[in-house]
Design a protein around this ligand. Sequence first.
Ligand SMILES: [Zn+2]
Ligand SMILES: [Zn+2]
Length: 97
Amino acid sequence: MLEHIEVKEGRPDEPAGPVAGRDNSAENRERRTKIRCPKCTWEHDWNPHWGCERCHAIFDTFVTRATCPDCAKTWADTLCPSCSRWSRHDDWYCEDD
Ligand SMILES: [Zn+2]
Ligand SMILES: [Zn+2]
């Protein structure tokens, strides 16, 4: 009668809620750093304006630090969606408060 013992799933070490975004120190730093086009001063609006020429993924190059999330290709230069000119990715970050 009690032959069949049902083993309840013992939930290993799985957290209940989503853990992504728990460490937001990096995000806070991103927010303090302004991102704008060195050529026309267009300010980044946190939308995915960039497409990978290699695998055609659409992504926000400033979230991934100029690396394609799909094929992991890194882009040294970033195209401005506003003035369509290329600038070095590093030149887009400007620290001011
Ligand atoms: Zn790609
Ligand atoms: Zn521009």
